[in-house]
Ligand binder design. Structure first.
Ligand SMILES: [Ca+2]
Ligand SMILES: [Ca+2]
Length: 164
């Protein structure tokens, strides 16, 4: 009898222990990805000259999204839409719009701590970014992250002013 009870206790412990180990392993396997809840963005304007000495203007933008599951989000269809505008008081004009995904651009990638975007759009000076005729052009961008489930985060860059 004693031997049987001890065996049953042992077996019960074994079953419970096994269940705990299984639960822990399952927990590890299905642990939710670190949710993306923030995004920092930057914009700078750069004026250069091309090979023929003609001036060009570039809008250079970045985004960083803290997450330890960046490649997972990108493989599941994560994207960043960049819309850049000229500011005109109560109105604004869309200068360009572009969508970055892992599959169509090499400039959207991840490491162990972040998803990164580094992109630019350039044009001749006096062209695309010449959004006002008074020599003071005001450019800003909104960057919108969309994950594969439809979750979004949007951030607006600082406005950059110059003769573009
Ligand atoms: Ca303006
Ligand atoms: Ca202008």
């Amino acid at each position: 009898m004693f031997k049987g009870a001890a065996l049953r206790r042992f077996t019960r412990r074994g079953v419970i222990g096994g269940a705990i180990v299984t639960a822990c392993l399952a927990g590890l396997a299905v642990a939710p990805a670190q949710a993306i809840t923030d995004m920092s963005v930057t914009l700078r304007m750069s004026t250069t000259t091309d090979a023929y000495g003609n001036p060009r203007v570039a809008a250079i933008y970045t985004a960083d999204l803290p997450t330890d599951s960046g490649w997972g989000y990108l493989y599941n269809g994560g994207s960043i839409t960049v819309n850049c505008y000229g500011d005109d008081g109560s109105t604004r004009s869309l200068l360009f719009s572009t969508v970055h995904t892992m599959n169509t651009a090499q400039n959207l990638w991840a490491d162990d701590a972040n998803i990164h975007l580094s992109g630019f759009k350039d044009a001749p000076k006096g062209g695309l970014f010449n959004e006002d005729l008074d020599g003071t052009d005001e450019i800003y961008c909104t960057l919108t992250w969309r994950d594969g489930d439809g979750g979004t985060i949007s951030r607006k860059t600082l406005e950059r002013t110059g003769d573009f």
